[in-house]
Design a protein around this ligand. Structure first.
Ligand SMILES: [Zn+2]
Length: 332
């Protein structure tokens, strides 16, 4: 199995679809999807780790990191001590250098693909759901899923994690410690179910999951991967040793959503510039947006903006406002 990324971009199936190299077995399951596992010991007891990238096809840097990781495992340059699944989410959009072709795939999970006429992306989301469920099914160990992305806009926190909504409101401190050690500066808790890949694996497979935003990416081959060194080291440590023992999350900031700016009509206007950075702070009572007779104001003493985008279709989210919370309340 040579050159995982190149064959994924060409959507070319390898001639041989499984094999043994040294201490590992590998299985090619479909374009951009591989399972790699140690060939000795109780595999089901190991941590089951799903690493995905390219759900948005133009978010190249994390795709390149995973390709290198696979290459190093298959050439015995990196030890493996977890059961690992790698997924490159949207090969067609990756090949075109686009975020998506017809529908944003990260709005299609947890059966949301059924809400649209079938297209390559609805079929792919359905397929990734099935492969993910199958992968985690046999696990008797910890289940982890990190869905790697890069953001479109600049951000005051360059690297941050979006944790999917959970009924319990409780998250793994060990995972957050690992995020912090890997250079992640902040986590944002989602307050409601969503159609993202990480919500699917969390809700359906009971994995500790998150969507990771890792900075900005450029076209394939033009990324300065040194900017991704923290997460790259973290991922390599994770696959070769599993999650490290808890250390400290002291540096990690924790936010939750205080309000959503919903675009109600084409009259929606935002009261700040289009290129404002993620996590820009606003003070109480400041006007954030106006949409006919609806005025969105800052409700809490300070709120921070995330993913502002006034260009979405009416009815959709044009931005989120966050408040900072104490980290102790979310850990079990
Ligand atoms: Zn993305």
């Amino acid at each position: 199995m040579d050159n995982f990324l190149a064959s994924t971009l060409k959507q070319q199936a390898p001639l041989i679809t499984s094999g043994t190299i040294g201490d590992i077995n590998w299985y090619w399951l479909d374009h951009g999807v591989m399972v790699i596992e140690p060939n000795q010991g109780e595999i089901n007891q190991l941590e089951h780790v799903l690493l995905s990238a390219g759900v948005h096809g133009n978010e190249t840097a994390p795709i390149e990191l995973l390709d290198q990781l696979v290459g190093d495992l298959l050439n015995s340059r990196l030890k493996l001590n977890v059961k690992l699944m790698i997924m490159l989410g949207n090969p067609e959009a990756m090949g075109n250098g686009e975020r998506y072709n017809d529908i944003d795939m990260n709005r299609l999970f947890s059966q949301h693909h059924k809400n649209y006429p079938p297209c390559a992306e609805t079929l792919r989301a359905e397929q990734l759901e099935a492969l993910t469920a199958q992968f985690f099914e046999s696990s008797k160990g910890r289940k982890l899923h990190f869905d790697l992305h890069t953001a479109i806009r600049e951000s005051h926190h360059v690297r941050f994690a979006l944790l999917p909504y959970k009924d319990s409101g409780q998250y793994s401190q060990k995972v957050c410690d690992w995020l912090s050690c890997s250079g992640v500066e902040a986590i944002v808790l989602n307050q409601e179910p969503s159609a993202t890949f990480s919500y699917y694996s969390s809700e359906h497979c009971r994995a500790d999951s998150c969507t990771l935003e890792l900075g900005k990416a450029k076209p394939f081959g033009q990324n300065d991967l040194s900017q991704f060194e923290g997460i790259n080291n973290g991922l390599r440590q994770l696959v070769s040793q599993g999650l490290p023992p808890s250390s400290t999350t002291a540096k990690l900031k924790v936010y939750q959503v205080s309000q959503q700016l919903t675009k109600l009509s084409e009259s929606f206007t935002m009261n700040f510039s289009d290129d404002v950075k993620n996590f820009t702070a606003f003070e109480q009572d400041e006007i954030l947006a106006v949409d006919r007779d609806t005025t969105y104001r800052v409700q809490q003493p300070t709120e921070w903006v995330l993913f502002p985008n006034p260009k979405v279709r009416p009815g959709l989210r044009a931005g989120l406002m966050l408040v900072e919370i104490e980290q102790d309340v979310i850990f079990h």
